[in-house]
Ligand binder design. Structure first.
Ligand code: SAH
Ligand code: SF4
Ligand code: F3S
Length: 440
């Protein structure tokens, strides 16, 4: 199993592995040993989508070599490239046995049986009515103290640059009761932190226990009642769906971590309008002002695109200005990549590659300076850190602060899963390190 793209794919890969474990499969990191290879793919930018075909080239060679030893190799392309390209994949790469869209993962065992009977070039990309998550087997023990939980899928926002509404379909929210039950099982097995996932997670509106529609803040309140669950996070949010209720949850709900990923994409209003983002730069700044009023220490992160069609130098300066004003703790930045089937791909005034590259470099310098400023303020302070795993050096553990910073500290590996107080001694661009001074 090889996973590309966002955390939702990570979650889906775990659930597929679980379904396959029930069929007797075990995971391997060695492609030459695999009887079944699954590429769980991402279509968001051209580079991500093209990686799939180079991997398929390698798998074709492996399949040939294994066939010489009398071994069968089944090859599956899952995820968003599967959904977006469908038949085109088997045409371009006939070695593929199964193309499996993200809404059909629960059918994997049945499709596997068909492949074993010799069927090839199966393409399964419909959006079925049944809930794939309910149809997937119960979750096996997690490997980590922090786990993902997909609560919402799909997106109805149709930003003009983005493939997600086409690859993941319309918005769908899982019911509260199913999510609470899944979260309880995770916590029983040692998970202490859960990150709620959705392409548009703050648009969540699942059926509540009483049948009434429940928003994300309500879901968070239900989950916060689970004893043993210490930390709740959620990602990714759209500025338009950041309700007052959710902002207040950041003030009132102790288990909800002070971190928010809130993409703004571009700083100039005319670019935002062409992107169909449904917010202006001023509205975005006003929104984060209200969020900081409710939770002054909250760490904000964002996504930014440079070189959207028609973006001028002056427009780009607006993006830099917004980054300075918003004081982000973290940011992901991308060169605009035209995606087939999206409105922006055929807009006039596509920005030349060298201009995009130059803007991205300038933006990343500004973002990096922000990381250092954000992390630097914690030196000398004490932070509660959830210890997640062993670090690169002997005797070292790595965990996360409430603000999602990586924190290194020396500790016994038996302490993984504990929340400890760490006095921060030094800060880099990407992590903090310190000394454990107590239990939280
Ligand atoms: N649902 C999330 C994530 C969408 S994809 C959201 O709404 O933010 C993650 C990020 O990829 C987006 O926020 C955007 O910054 C970037 N992205 C999406 N389409 C892109 C494209 N065509 N070119 C470059 N970056 C893109
Ligand atoms: Fe894509 Fe926009 Fe939906 Fe995010 S909100 S998934 S960027 S269409
Ligand atoms: Fe990529 Fe699909 Fe996620 S396109 S970013 S894997 S929703």
């Amino acid at each position: 199993m090889k996973t590309f793209g966002c955390q939702m794919n990570v979650y889906d890969s775990e659930r597929m592995s679980e379904a396959l474990a029930a069929e007797g499969y075990v995971e391997t990191s060695e492609p030459a040993e695999a009887d079944l290879a699954i590429l769980n793919t991402c279509h968001i930018r051209e580079k991500a989508a093209e990686k799939v075909y180079s991997d398929l080239g390698r798998l074709r060679d492996i399949k040939r070599e294994r066939a010489r030893d009398g071994k069968e190799t089944l090859i599956t392309v899952a995820g968003c490239v599967a959904q977006a390209e469908g038949d085109e994949i088997v045409r371009r790469a006939p070695v593929v046995d199964l193309v499996l869209g993200p809404q059909s993962y629960h059918r994997l065992p049945e499709l596997l049986a068909r492949m074993r009977r010799g069927e090839t070039s199966i393409v399964e990309t419909a959006f079925p009515d049944e809930d794939k998550f309910q149809a997937l087997p119960d979750r096996r023990p997690p490997r980590a103290v922090s786990a993902f939980l997909t609560v919402q899928e799909g997106c109805d926002k149709f930003c003009t640059f983005c493939v997600v509404p086409y690859t993941r379909g319309m918005e769908y929210s899982r019911p509260v009761a199913a999510l609470v039950a899944e979260a309880r099982r995770l916590v029983e097995r040692g998970v202490r932190e859960i990150t709620l996932l959705g392409q548009n997670v703050n648009g969540y509106h699942g059926d509540g226990p009483d049948g009434a529609p429940t928003a994300l803040a309500g879901l968070i309140r239900h989950l916060a009642e689970i004893e043993g669950l210490s930390r709740i996070r959620y990602t990714t949010s759209h500025p338009r769906d950041m309700s007052d209720d959710l902002i207040q949850a950041h003030r009132d709900e102790e288990k909800l971590m002070p971190y928010l990923h809130l993409p703004f994409q571009a700083g100039a209003d005319r670019v935002l309008a062409a992107m169909n983002r449904k917010h202006t730069a001023g509205e975005y700044l006003d929104l984060i002002g209200r969020i900081r009023e409710a939770r002054p220490d909250i760490a904000l992160s964002t996504d930014i695109i440079v070189g959207f069609p028609g973006e001028s130098d002056a427009d780009f300066e607006e993006t830099l200005k917004l980054v300075e004003e918003a004081r982000f703790a973290h940011a992901f930045s991308f060169k605009y990549s035209p995606r087939p089937g999206t409105p922006a791909a055929t807009m006039d005034e596509q920005v030349p590659e060298d201009v995009k590259r130059e803007r991205l470099a300038r933006l990343q310098d500004t973002i990096d300076a922000g990381y250092r400023r954000f992390n630097g303020q914690f030196v000398g302070q004490t932070l509660p850190v959830l210890l997640e795993k062993t670090g690169r050096y002997e005797g070292q553990l790595v965990g996360r602060s409430p603000y999602l910073q990586l924190v290194h500290a020396d500790a016994d590996p038996a302490r993984v899963g504990e929340i400890v107080e760490v006095e921060i001694r030094s800060a880099g661009a990407n992590s903090l390190s310190g000394v454990i001074c107590g239990s939280a």
